[in-house]
Design a protein around this ligand. Structure first.
Ligand SMILES: [Zn+2]
Length: 151
């Protein structure tokens, strides 16, 4: 499981198809992860896998690896998903969009008590009560309703 969503998987697959423009990959600094990428049009690019930058993109390769990066990653026998930004990982997206929201503690906020039909909260409550969430209204009691026929 690589944690990447289908749509991103497709984009990586599409980029792999562009790898045909790469003729050869040469590592010239293993420590810094710097490679020279020779293209089929005889141009040469510098691909810095260590800092995830490629000359084909002026700015940092913050999104998905370009086809040159993929060529280098393939050549170096690395796992392509290591180079996919975490924001594209399904796990991250799940954490962002499916987060459990915990209710905040309310201080001194006036609310309407449905059962009593009046405003509660604010100054009239004592200090301990103000630091608690108000209990849910109309909460049903657990268990069977009390029997009407008492013996
Ligand atoms: Zn590139």
């Amino acid at each position: 499981m690589n944690g990447v969503r289908e749509r991103i998987e497709q984009r990586i697959a599409d980029t792999y198809k562009q790898m045909g423009c790469v003729a050869a990959v040469e590592c010239y600094n293993m420590l810094l992860g710097e490679y020279s990428v020779l293209l089929t049009n005889r141009r040469k690019l510098v691909m810095k896998l260590g800092s995830q930058t490629c000359i084909c993109r002026k700015k940092k390769m913050t999104r998905l690896p370009c086809c040159h990066a993929l060529a280098v990653i393939t050549k170096a026998n690395l796992w392509v998903y290591h180079f996919v930004h975490p924001m594209y990982k399904a796990d991250t997206q799940r954490r962002i969009y499916n987060q459990v929201v915990y209710p905040m503690e309310m201080h001194d906020i006036a609310t309407v008590d449905d059962r009593a039909g009046r405003v509660v909260g604010g100054d009239e409550l004592d200090d301990d009560y103000k630091r608690c969430n108000l209990p849910l209204c109309n909460r049903r009691q657990s268990g069977r309703p009390p029997s009407k026929h008492k013996e």
